[in-house]
Design a protein around this ligand. Structure first.
Ligand code: ADP
Length: 449
């Protein structure tokens, strides 16, 4: 168990050490904790101070009033006794109340809540006596402690009509009630503090997870960048050996004395080299697009012409598979876009339609829809499931099924098509039912000069 805790602690501290952002969070958490703790304490001591000051003021005024009455020489001890008992009855915090008078240089207790003391000689703390005599017009308070209970002992001189000190009034008040209230306030404050700590810890962990995701995201971006760099470099390097292979195969095919078998081998090498060439071209385009280097040359052209050209170029291959290629659309719709790029996208879509259709028809249609031309490449082929449709336009995505396993491809064509179309302010989407057929819909803006 201890070992487990220790292991967790070590991995936790290693995690904190490796993630510098966490230091910032910890620093913020520490600052918040300590400032809150400081504020709670400050608040408690201010509350304590003002409660004590209030008690002092109250007892001071009470003594002021009492002293005015007790200074009158006609006030009898009985009357004073009655008065202090009534005061103590109304102020339950007053635990002692003595009226002491000078009788021929002696301090005699005239009236007291402790009736047994009345008539006795008072044993007064000389410090209190000194202070009271030095300032006969104010009350003076000393704090006393008995166990956990605090008391205020307050004294004030009794002065007669000739401003002579004739005695002293002393009270002792408990502070337990005020202390209890402050304790409760402090406990509530600390409880709130505990809650805040818990919330902060919770936020802290959530933040740590966000940092995790952020780090992961950064690493993924780095890896993606590495992959893009690799694609750019590899496709660039593949270009010249491929050109050499294609050149030599062409030369071999021109030989007059090749037998049938040799001619077939040369044809296969030529076909594979052509496929590889297409792949390299696609990969170069991927890196051109991701690095923002793809150039677009805008010209005016009729979309109907491009559709006819593309349909014508596939008719021969399609016929071999018993597929009919047709076109629909009569209007002349002029676009101001990069003609060769639009041509290229349509070639990719029609080539896919022919590739993934065992038999039936492939139709390229176009019509005006508001400010766009809608070009539809429809087939009666194998179709694409809903799940595959969602990922279809991702880089390198290919549908994996028994119907597609023998069909060659890179999974780059649709990604490239979408990028090229979007760069020209258009869009491309797919509608398909598995086993029935597929429509690729390209929208291109018409008014663009
Ligand atoms: P590929 O080089 O593999 O054809 P694409 O990006 O052009 O790459 O297409 C991605 C995948 O989408 C293909 O592998 C194929 O499974 C599916 N696909 C594309 N067009 C069609 C279509 N007309 N009918 C059925 N599936 C298609």
């Amino acid at each position: 168990m201890l070992e487990k805790i220790l292991r967790r602690f070590t991995s936790g501290s290693r995690y904190i050490r490796d993630n510098h952002q966490l230091w910032y969070t910890i620093a913020v958490a520490v600052v918040i904790f300590s400032s809150f703790f400081f504020v709670v304490n400050k608040f408690a001591s201010i509350a304590e101070d003002s409660a004590e000051r209030l008690i002092n003021v109250r007892i001071g005024s009470l003594q002021d009033a009492f002293v005015a009455f007790a200074g009158d020489d006609t006030s009898s001890p009985l009357l004073l006794q009655e008065k202090i008992e009534r005061i103590a009855e109304n102020n339950t915090t007053i635990k002692e109340f003595d009226v002491i008078k000078f009788v021929s240089d002696e301090l005699v207790i005239f009236a007291s809540l402790n009736k047994e003391q009345v008539g006795a000689i008072a044993e007064l703390n000389p410090i209190i006596l000194g202070i009271v005599e030095s300032d006969p017009t104010s009350s003076f308070t000393l704090e006393e402690r008995e166990g956990n209970e605090r008391f205020f002992r307050t004294a004030r001189a009794i002065v007669n009509g000739e401003s002579e000190i004739t005695g002293i009034v002393i009270t002792r008040q408990t502070l337990s009630e005020a202390d209890k209230q402050i304790d409760t306030a402090l406990r509530n404050g600390l409880f709130a503090f505990g809650l805040i700590v818990l919330v902060l810890i919770f936020l802290f962990f959530r933040f740590a997870r966000i940092i995790d995701y952020a780090t992961l995201y950064r690493r993924l971006k780095e890896i993606d960048q590495l992959k893009d760099d690799f694609i750019a470099m590899a496709s660039h390097e593949l270009r010249s050996p491929l050109a050499t292979i294609r050149g030599y195969v062409e030369l071999i095919r021109d030989f007059k004395n090749l037998n049938e078998e040799q001619t077939e081998y040369a044809r296969r090498v030529e076909l594979s080299a052509a496929n590889l060439n297409d792949l390299v071209a696609d990969m170069l385009d991927v890196s051109r697009i991701t690095q923002g280097r793809m150039k677009f040359e805008y010209t005016d052209f009729n979309i109907g012409d491009v559709v006819s050209e593309v349909a014508e170029s596939f008719r021969h291959i399609a016929e071999k598979k018993n597929i009919e290629v047709t076109t629909e659309g009569l209007e002349e719709i002029v676009l101001h876009l990069d003609k060769s790029k639009v041509h290229r996208v349509l070639v990719n879509l029609v080539s896919n339609a022919v590739k993934y259709t065992p038999k039936g028809t492939v139709t390229i249609s176009y019509k005006l829809v508001k400010e766009y031309v809608e070009i539809r490449v429809s087939d009666t082929g194998i179709g694409i499931s809903k799940e595959d449709q969602e990922k279809l336009f991702e880089k390198f995505y290919r549908v994996k099924s028994t119907e597609t396993e023998d069909i060659a491809g890179t999974g780059l064509g649709l990604w490239l098509s979408r990028e090229i179309i979007r760069k020209q302010k258009g869009d491309i989407d797919v509608e398909s039912i598995k086993g029935v057929g597929t429509h690729f819909v390209v929208m291109l803006p018409v008014i663009r000069k």
